[in-house]
Write a protein that binds this ligand. Structure first.
Ligand code: SF4
Length: 103
């Protein structure tokens, strides 16, 4: 890496880092409302026990956001991000029809 290239690279990192943290902050966002159209479409509930059993016969109460492959929160968090609901926080105890068992 030439001296010049390295300088440019460092400058790019300096510019990108604050942008990335802004994106991360936005990803935290507000709690997802069950009435949000996207939430309704996926049958999201903040309490997995309240999932619509008739509509989602494969649902079981041990399925929840906190053990879903897509959940971005830490185990101790009450809520966390989910790529299906960008900018919102889903409840650790929540559930939606896109639940996938964490590997
Ligand atoms: Fe929760 Fe997973 Fe549905 Fe996201 S995809 S809302 S983490 S169950």
């Amino acid at each position: 890496m030439s001296h010049h290239t390295r300088r440019v690279f460092l400058l790019q990192v300096a510019v990108a880092a604050p942008l990335l943290s802004a994106v991360a902050a936005r990803a935290q966002g507000a709690k997802l409302d069950e009435k949000d159209p996207q939430a309704v479409a996926l049958g999201y509930v903040a309490d997995t026990a309240k999932a619509d059993a008739k509509k989602y016969p494969k649902h079981s109460k041990d399925q929840k956001c906190s053990n879903c492959q897509l959940y971005q929160g830490k185990p101790a968090d009450a809520a966390g991000g989910c790529p299906l609901f960008a900018g919102k926080q889903v409840a650790a105890n929540g559930w939606c029809a896109s639940w996938v068992k964490k590997a």
